[in-house]
Design a protein around this ligand. Structure first.
Ligand code: MN
Ligand code: MN
Ligand code: MN
Length: 308
């Protein structure tokens, strides 16, 4: 038996398990988070909450606080955008219906890709791609892998260049709903909508400001200010945007699999001072505690700053 030690608060509100495109089972993900010192975790699989029951049971065992989460795909001005939903009611019938719709949207696209590529000499293309996707709905990389394995092309690059890349036969547009629609789903389920990894969309500052303004008008409340693979410049820029647009701030690693040194559970830069953390607005607000903790690396959280 181990004696529990006081731990400092470590919050990670964005990661993936095998329920979507992550590599770990929800249970293994939660244990890894625990080992890395995470005290509050949201599992945010793409367009599904299927991993939450297993994650929740595992979290209870190790003593992690699990916050409900998902990452929803949508479109804004014909660009794909990701919205993280947090702290919602998993039993909400409206949300369940919405997730079923997202699931069908993914399958529609997968079936259409398989149909378009059906003249290639690959038997059971759709089934094989699904196996590549670990039983989940296959996307273009999974189809590409099947084409390579079947010897149709020599590598993944060629698969995209000939069949799946922009403008090619298998380049089927995703059927995602509008930004305002998915924000509405999250709000209707009692949750808070967070604009995921805003720097990943490679937008100009002007376009990103317009996105944030539309997101806020739709009922979006928070920006993911701190995530993996960002420069300190990105962090400062997003913090400023967050203050200026009066948004709450969130943080999450967007962890998918072990072994990537730039992306690890709980290992994200602390939010800059003067921001309003989204977790203080959860149904069960999280307050920061600084305890005796193992080395915290970059995730060290500064308690001295004003949080408004
Ligand atoms: Mn992903
Ligand atoms: Mn994303
Ligand atoms: Mn993600």
């Amino acid at each position: 038996m181990t004696i529990p030690q006081p731990r400092s608060t470590c919050i990670d509100l964005h990661c993936h398990s095998r329920a979507s495109d992550g590599k770990l089972s929800p249970r293994d993900l939660v244990s890894r988070a625990h080992e890395r010192g995470v005290t509050h975790l949201a599992l945010t699989d793409h367009d599904t909450i299927a991993g939450l029951p297993e994650a929740s049971a595992a979290a209870e065992q190790v003593g992690i606080e699990l916050i409900t989460g998902t990452e929803l795909s949508c479109v804004w001005k014909s660009q794909t955008i990701h919205v993280v939903g947090l702290d919602f009611d998993v039993a909400s019938p409206a949300l369940q219906a919405a997730l079923a719709e997202q699931f069908e949207n993914r399958w529609r696209r997968a079936r259409m890709i398989a149909e378009r590529l059906s003249r290639l000499p690959v038997p059971d293309l759709l089934e094989q791609a699904q196996a590549q996707a670990d039983g989940n709905v296959p996307g273009r990389p999974h189809f590409a892998r099947v084409l390579v394995d079947a010897g149709v092309v020599k590598d993944m690059n060629m698969a995209f260049k000939r069949y799946l890349g922009a403008g090619k036969l298998g380049d089927v547009k995703a059927f995602w709903p509008e930004l305002a629609t998915v924000v509405g789903w999250i709000r209707d389920a009692g949750g808070v909508a967070v604009l995921a990894h805003p720097r990943k969309y490679k937008m100009t500052a002007t376009r990103l400001r317009a996105l944030v303004a539309d997101f806020r008008r739709a009922g979006g409340r928070a920006l993911e200010v701190s995530t993996s693979g960002q420069s300190s410049g990105d962090l400062g820029f997003l913090a400023e945007l967050c203050r200026r647009e009066a948004m709450l701030a969130s943080q999450g690693s967007d962890f998918h699999f072990p072994g990537a040194p730039w992306c690890e559970l709980g290992r994200i830069a602390a939010l800059p001072d003067g921001l309003l953390p989204v977790w203080e607005h959860f149904h069960k607000p999280v307050t920061m505690a600084k305890g005796l903790s193992p080395e915290r690396e970059t995730a060290d959280i500064d308690q001295s700053g004003s949080r408004g």
